[in-house]
Design a protein. Structure first.
Length: 323
């Protein structure tokens, strides 16, 4: 190679190296600026939600915690009492009676509801039902009915003198009263099951829809029966959605309020007391008994109980998924 060619090659190499250094410097300058812009854009997007979340959730919770340490007395007004409301709550038999009632309701109603929802989802996913779309919409439709309206409808159906049950009593000479204190909790469970089974069914059905068809084809080639496909493929796929539905159902059960409060005026006697559920007890304490501080303490304790139970269920669900 001639000396002139060497000079040209060295000059081109130095130019390329210089260009690479300039590009590297430019990249080092541009990356932080772009990342900084992306961070601010993200905050701008979540800013409105964060502001609303703080105003409608964080602030009320903090305010409830704050007022739970006070008592409104006739003499002296609102005074700081520390943990006196919580000490009174733990010795309150009516509160624990309400907690025990919703605990029994949860243990019995939630498994029945989720079993029916899973069975419906499996039936729809089997593609052996006629009118699948209609069946799916019909089972979800009760969830679209407001809880107050559905409770009123079922209240008139349950009526032993004027409803469907009353008509059947007159026709067959029965003396059935599904609103009696001994079976009232089961009647409320039927209303909740009717309203939320379709909602949970859609969650299960959405989970089943994600299963690859290649698994079904492989099972068919191996000669697996329908029950073996359900047991080995479909049910394991439902574990994740089952944990979610159980947590949501537990939270909803511990917040039971609409159904017993509406039926309170439709049930003869004093079957639905003011402390029938924890939420009803807190409501009556705050708005009828003028004990908002004590009601706030009750709400905080119930929130902690619900969170503890939901967290325990979540941990168990995670352990099941890891197996």
């Amino acid at each position: 190679m001639s000396g002139q060619a060497k000079l040209v090659a060295q000059g081109g190499l130095s130019i390329s190296r210089s260009a690479q250094r300039d590009a590297t410097k430019q990249a080092k300058v541009d990356v932080p600026l772009n990342a900084h812009r992306r961070d601010w854009r993200g905050w701008k997007f979540i800013g409105p939600f964060a502001a609303v979340f703080v105003l409608v959730f964080i602030v009320p919770v903090l305010y409830a915690i704050w007022i739970s340490f006070f008592q409104n007395r006739m003499i002296g007004g609102n005074r700081f009492v520390g943990l006196a409301n919580y000490q009174r709550l733990f010795a309150d038999g009516q509160f624990w009676s309400a907690v025990g009632r919703v605990a029994i309701f949860t243990v019995v109603q939630v498994p029945i509801m989720l079993f029916l929802a899973a069975a419906m989802a499996l039936a729809i996913d089997s593609m052996k039902l006629h009118g699948t779309k209609f069946f799916r919409i019909a089972t979800f439709l009760p969830y679209a009915v407001p809880a107050v309206v559905s409770t009123l409808i079922w209240g008139f159906v349950y009526g032993s003198k004027y409803g469907l049950v009353g008509s059947m009593n007159s026709w067959f000479g029965w003396q059935v009263d599904v609103l009696s204190p001994s079976v009232l909790l089961a009647s409320i469970g039927n209303i909740v099951t009717w309203g939320y089974t379709g909602y949970n069914m859609l969650i299960f059905y959405s989970s089943l829809s994600t299963i690859p068809h290649s698994l079904y084809e492989a099972a068919s080639i191996d000669g697996a029966s329908e029950w073996q496909v359900i047991k080995s493929i479909k049910l394991p796929e439902l574990r994740g959605s089952l944990a979610i539905t159980v947590i949501f159902s537990i939270i909803g059960s511990f917040q039971l309020f609409n159904e017993p409060s509406i039926l309170q005026n439709m049930v003869p006697g004093n079957a639905v007391t003011t402390y029938y559920t924890p939420n009803m007890y807190a409501y009556n304490l705050s708005f009828s008994g003028n004990q908002s501080n004590y009601a706030a303490a009750l709400a905080i304790v119930m929130a902690l109980i619900t969170m503890a139970v939901a967290y325990a269920v979540q941990l168990r669900g995670m352990k099941e998924q890891m197996k």
